[in-house]
Design a binder for this molecule. Structure first.
Ligand code: URA
Length: 414
């Protein structure tokens, strides 16, 4: 009955008859009359919602104990009366009038009434309008600008009575420049945060700490280090873990997404595969020292996803200082390198793993180095047979590294 369609009463009457006879039921969209009535009722609900949202009051001068406000609103349907209780509840402590082209809602001294509109209300200049504009300007996010969605939420037909709507064309025009400014500010915020962290690191690197004297001190220093380009995007530095007197040190490539979030090496899919391979080779994960050539997760953001990227030779070079430091404290008997990045970090040689794996190579300080495939290599194999084969290769190399680490005398011939 609140729709503006001139046939609404006739339609309502006909529908009431059919419904009471049981010819049709309410909600039956296959019936053209019911379908039409349902769509009219949605239009009315939408119009009421828009009126709740878009009425803008202006204050009238000379109010007494109760402030006085008026507003002009043009609904699409004769719904003004239906919105009265909403406004009375929301603005119960003031007197107000909301005029529409047909009726005017009045709220005076707590009493709500509705009368035919005789004249549009006065439109005094009002400081509230400035507040609306400030509010709208502040919540407007140019990076989220979606003109179509905005116009469906705030249809253009309501704009003429919305003080903030006058700003929309200007805000839309300047959105691109505003986004650029936001990016620049975000970048400079990130830069400032990075510089603050760098300053903290520099402060931590007092002469007393310049060269850490224990493994724990080195770990603490690495945690705060901001000297590489990867530490900005990464969540944290992933230091090694395991007993400081481990005979076997296992060096991986770099932390992945799971490691970055959890702050520990080898806790993601590759880690789980490594755990199984270790157990199969008779090795207890808690008895070996696990670390990585590179200590930060390197990734590319795609929406909410963080896509893994391999570290490059520059990252390996940068982190070699930390790896050597860690090795110096641990002095393991054997180091097992998982994949080419670890081999490069430990030997300086980028020779292919397939050509060198499973053969112990003595490092300059006498430590035995064994290289093998990275567990991620096993995960990448789609063919089950090939996967079984690379898994077995990894197992054999692990077992060799284990044997070498527990042997009384270093066994160079494998
Ligand atoms: N891959 C690595 O090389 N290291 C980790 O810590 C995890 C996955």
């Amino acid at each position: 009955m609140q729709h503006s369609d001139p046939e609404r009463f006739a339609l309502g009457h006909a529908a009431a008859l059919r419904l009471s006879k049981g010819d049709v039921h309410w909600g039956d969209r296959s019936d053209p009359m019911i379908r039409r009535l349902l769509s009219m009722s949605s239009a009315v609900r939408r119009d009421i919602h828009k009126m709740h949202a878009f009425v803008r009051f202006r204050e009238l001068p000379g109010g007494g104990a109760r402030r006085r406000f008026c507003a002009w609103f043009e609904p699409e349907h004769p719904i003004a009366e239906a919105t009265g209780p909403f406004f009375a509840q929301r603005f119960g402590d003031m007197d107000w009038a909301i005029a529409t082209p047909s009726v005017t809602l009045m709220f005076q001294g707590g009493a709500l009434s509705c009368q035919p509109t005789t004249a549009p209300p006065p439109q005094p200049n009002d400081a509230t309008e400035e507040l609306w504009r400030t509010y709208f300007g502040a919540i407007f996010n140019p990076a989220r600008l979606n003109i179509r969605a905005m116009q469906s939420e705030m249809p253009v037909k309501y704009w003429k009575n919305l003080p903030e709507a006058r700003m929309i064309p200007g805000l839309v025009r300047s959105a691109h420049a505003a986004v650029e400014r936001m990016h620049a500010t975000a970048a400079s915020n990130a830069q400032r945060a990075w510089q603050a962290r760098a300053a903290r690191t520099r402060a931590a690197l007092t002469p007393r700490h310049a060269v850490p004297t224990t493994l724990a001190e080195a770990a603490a220093l690495a945690r705060d280090c901001t000297r590489c380009p990867l530490c900005g995007p990464a969540t944290q530095t992933i230091w090694g873990e395991g007993p400081a007197d481990a005979a076997l040190m296992i060096v991986g490539e770099a932390p992945g997404d799971a490691e970055d979030l959890r702050g520990r090496p080898f806790v993601g899919p590759a880690g789980r595969l490594l755990d199984k391979a270790l157990a199969k080779a008779g090795l207890d994960r808690t008895k070996v020292y696990l670390t990585n050539a590179v200590r930060h997760f390197r990734f590319q953001s795609r929406g909410k996803k963080r896509l893994h990227q391999n570290p490059d030779a520059g990252h390996v070079e940068h982190f070699r200082w930390w790896l050597d430091l860690e090795r110096g404290f641990l002095r393991p008997r054997v180091i097992l390198g998982l994949g080419a990045t670890a081999a490069l970090a430990l030997t300086g040689s980028g020779a292919r793993i397939a050509a060198r794996r499973g053969q112990p190579e003595p490092l300059a300080d006498g430590t035995l180095f064994v290289s093998t495939l990275h567990p991620a290599h096993v995960l990448r194999r789609a063919d089950p047979e090939a996967q079984t084969e690379v898994r077995a290769t990894l197992g054999r190399d692990l077992a060799l590294a284990h044997r070498l680490s527990v042997a009384q005398q270093p066994v160079l011939d494998g």
